[in-house]
Design a protein around this ligand. Structure first.
Ligand code: GLU
Length: 426
């Protein structure tokens, strides 16, 4: 894994690859290569010891051709501008790919939430929303959870914004608790989307999910629920890890018990009946399905030739570098790229937002079946293009996505639209 890989360079490379195949108008490419705007904020927070600490935060809005911008906010010690820009661009491509009416955005606060008390965290959250309030809103830019942010954080965001505006505004953020306008199924939506796409890919690969072995890198929300849903389909979870270390049992690990163990002990390390394994051992383990569900740049060119999985479902954003992508493609590994695999989260966020705007709420079954339709249809569109164009799957996903954004930019008059030009793919 590489920490010095600039992930914005990765986005530009992915854009270049798809642009070349699409013969994309250079003006469209130029608009997609830079975000519309990035707001940098300083947030003074009174800590429990009485002193003020100033935190740094960012909100980047990449492109809003398709609708208000959408994307999570992460709290992490390593948040920086290029990372947030890259994650915002991936949101634009993801929303377009699954056909929901949003552009892309992302935010971050440089902090270690594990070291903050509840009171400090709440003051930091409220301060961050005060700082970015002029930029966000239910019809402008709608935040959501991401790495180390959760339902509680979304509740504070919504409450603070509602107080600033003097209007109760549940549609400001998604990923809220049910009691204040959350949606059934949002909490586990990213993983449910992973499960649907893995199921579709398994049909194509003739992979029997009843005997398939699965390795999960990262055991947070997306990783733990992916393990649960794949286990319910019959898969055997043989290894998982988090930032504390990894656990392995070739006979299989019960993901629900492992999750409970993590809740009680703070991490997965030491789970009874398993052997400890390193991150490298986990990524290169003999298995059928690998689910990277941690951070960016985990599967690099160095590690890719050692990968044994036949199917990789990217629950994290940006886990595979472009170099690794090419190697894995040549090795015949089937990758379900992040902008497709993990789009279930933002798709149910869209459902939550629609329910908030209507003030009318759906059942869990309605949410799940609408999500399934969207995920399966996006998977099939990408797969068809991949077969037709003979490109790697990520390039096919970007082609589908960029084609739709291009049509929106042309319709809005951001670039000239010659005669009545119609999209090649839509
Ligand atoms: N943070 C999630 C993602 O990267 C969800 C974003 C959202 O729901 O807006 O897709």
């Amino acid at each position: 894994m590489s920490e010095d890989y600039n992930i914005y360079e990765v986005v530009l490379q992915q854009l270049d690859n798809a642009a070349a195949r699409l013969e994309l108008d250079p003006r469209i490419k130029e608009l997609l290569a830079e975000p519309m705007r990035t707001l940098k904020v300083s947030i003074p927070v009174r800590m429990d010891n009485g002193q003020i600490h100033v935190f740094k935060g960012l909100r980047c809005q990449h492109n809003d051709a398709l609708g208000p911008t959408k994307g999570g906010i992460r709290f992490h010690p390593r948040v920086d501008e290029d990372e947030v820009k890259a994650l915002a661009a991936w949101m634009t491509f993801k929303c377009s790919l699954v056909g929901i009416p949003y552009g892309g955005a992302k935010g971050g606060v440089e902090c270690n939430p594990k070291e903050l008390s509840q009171g400090e965290l709440e003051r930091l959250n409220r301060g961050f929303i005060q700082a970015i309030a002029p930029l966000i809103g239910p019809n402008k830019d709608i935040p959501a959870p991401d790495v180390y942010t959760n339902e509680q954080v979304m509740s504070w965001f919504m409450d603070e914004f509602s107080k600033i505006k003097g209007v109760n505004t549940p549609g400001l953020v998604t990923g809220k608790p049910l009691v204040i306008g959350g949606s059934f199924g949002r909490h586990s939506a990213t993983a449910r989307g992973i499960m649907y796409t893995v199921r579709e890919a398994a049909k194509i690969l003739d992979l029997d999910l009843h005997s398939a072995s699965v390795v999960i890198q990262g055991f947070g929300n997306a990783g733990s629920y992916s393990a649960k849903f794949l286990h319910e389909l019959g898969c055997k979870i043989i290894a998982a890890n988090d930032s504390s270390g990894g656990v392995y049992n070739p006979e299989g690990i019960n993901p629900c018990r492992l999750k409970k163990y993590k809740e009680e002990n703070g991490n997965v390390r030491g789970y009874p009946g398993t052997e400890p394994i390193s991150n490298y051992e986990l990524l290169t383990m003999d298995c059928d399905i690998l689910v990277p569900a941690a951070l960016e740049n985990q599967i690099t060119g160095d590690i890719a030739p050692e990968i044994k999985a036949t199917l990789i479902a990217e629950a994290a954003n940006g886990p595979t570098t472009p170099e690794a992508d090419e190697i894995l493609h040549d090795m015949g590994v089937f990758i379900i790229p992040d902008i497709l695999a993990n789009a279930g989260g933002v798709t149910v966020s869209y459902f939550e937002w629609v329910q908030n705007l209507y003030n009318y709420y759906w059942t869990k079954d309605e949410v799940d079946s609408k999500l399934e339709k969207i995920m399966v249809s996006a998977f099939n569109r990408v797969y068809e293009l991949y077969r037709k164009e003979n490109v790697n799957i990520r390039v096919a996903a970007y082609m589908v996505s960029i084609d739709r954004i291009t049509a929106a930019m042309k319709a809005r008059g951001w670039v000239e639209c010659e005669a009545r030009e119609f999209s090649k793919i839509i």
